[in-house]
Design a protein around this ligand. Structure first.
Ligand SMILES: [Zn+2]
Ligand SMILES: [Zn+2]
Length: 245
C-alpha cells in the first residue's frame, strides 16, 4: 500500500468508528460494516423458485427447472434470466429509496446484494462477457441525475471483472410511462426504443436492470442485440415482479 493508501485507510477506519454502519431498514448496528443487519437480511424476499427462462417468481413448491406458461408459449429473445428478489416489500421500499431519493448508501447496499448473490455464480461466462445496464433516455437521465441500473452494474463489474458497456446502445425514445400498461401494451410501447450505435465486442451480454416487471423492456433490448450479432444474452435484475402485481 502506498502512502496515499495508508492515509485513506486511516481516515476510512476513523470514519467507521465515528459513524458505525447502521442497518438501513431497522437502524440497528449492521454486521461487519454492512448496511443491513443479519435479521433484516433474512427477511428479504429472495426469488428462490423461479422460471428458468425469464426469472418469474413461481409458487413455492414448484419443481426446480420449471418454465412459466408464457415462456412455454413464446421464448424470450434472451437466453436466460435471473433475479435476486421477488419484487415485494421491503425490496420495493429499498429500490424506491435508490430511485427517487438518490441515497448513496442504498445504491451501495443494493449493488452488493446483486453482486454477491448466487445468481451471479449461475451465469456461465464461457465467452467474453460485458455488462449492459439498461440505458435511460437522455432527458430522463438528466432529470434523475443518475441511472440506477448503472449503479448496480458498477458493483457487478467490480465483483466479476466483466467490463461495463455504456456507449454501444442508446435509448432512442422515452418509453418510461410503462406503468399501468398491460403486457401487450408494454410490448407495443417499447418497440423500437433501443438502437445499437457501436458494435459490441463481446459475444455474451449481461443486461442489468433494477426491476423487471413483465420483461418487455429486457426482451426488446435483447431483440435488438441479437439482431446486432450478440450470441448470448443473460438478464440479471435485482427484483422481478410476480404475476398480477
Ligand atoms: Zn436491520
Ligand atoms: Zn418464464
Amino acid at each position: 500500500m502506498d502512502i496515499k493508501g495508508v492515509f485513506y485507510s486511516v481516515v476510512h477506519s476513523n470514519v467507521q468508528l465515528l459513524y458505525p454502519p447502521r442497518c438501513l431498514m431497522c437502524g440497528h448496528a449492521g454486521r461487519n460494516g454492512a448496511d443491513l443487519c443479519e435479521h433484516c437480511h433474512q427477511q428479504l424476499p429472495f426469488n428462490q423458485t423461479a422460471c428458468i427462462s425469464c426469472a418469474l417468481p413461481l409458487p413455492v413448491g414448484t419443481s426446480a427447472g420449471a418454465v412459466c406458461g408464457r415462456c412455454q408459449k413464446k421464448q424470450p429473445f434472451y437466453d436466460q434470466a435471473f433475479s435476486v428478489f421477488s419484487y415485494e416489500q421491503p425490496v420495493i421500499w429499498l429500490i424506491q429509496q435508490l430511485k427517487f431519493n438518490e441515497k448513496l448508501a442504498h445504491a451501495r447496499l443494493l449493488g452488493e446484494l446483486l453482486a454477491n448473490s448466487d445468481c451471479v455464480e449461475k451465469i456461465k461466462a464461457e465467452e467474453e462477457v460485458c455488462i449492459l445496464p439498461v440505458p435511460l433516455y437522455r432527458k430522463r437521465m438528466r432529470q434523475r441525475g443518475f441511472n440506477q441500473s448503472i449503479e448496480l452494474a458498477r458493483a457487478l463489474s467490480k465483483k466479476t471483472g466483466w467490463p461495463m458497456e455504456l456507449n454501444a446502445v442508446e435509448r432512442a425514445r422515452d418509453t418510461s410511462a410503462q406503468t399501468g400498461l398491460d403486457a401487450k401494451a408494454r410490448r407495443k410501447n417499447i418497440r423500437g426504443a433501443f438502437a445499437v450505435v457501436e458494435p459490441l465486442l463481446q459475444k455474451h451480454v449481461v443486461i442489468v436492470d433494477d426491476v423487471v416487471t413483465t420483461g418487455s423492456t429486457a426482451n426488446e433490448l435483447s431483440r435488438v442485440l441479437k439482431k446486432a450479432g450478440v450470441e448470448r444474452i443473460t438478464v440479471l435484475s435485482l427484483a422481478r415482479a410476480p404475476l398480477n402485481k
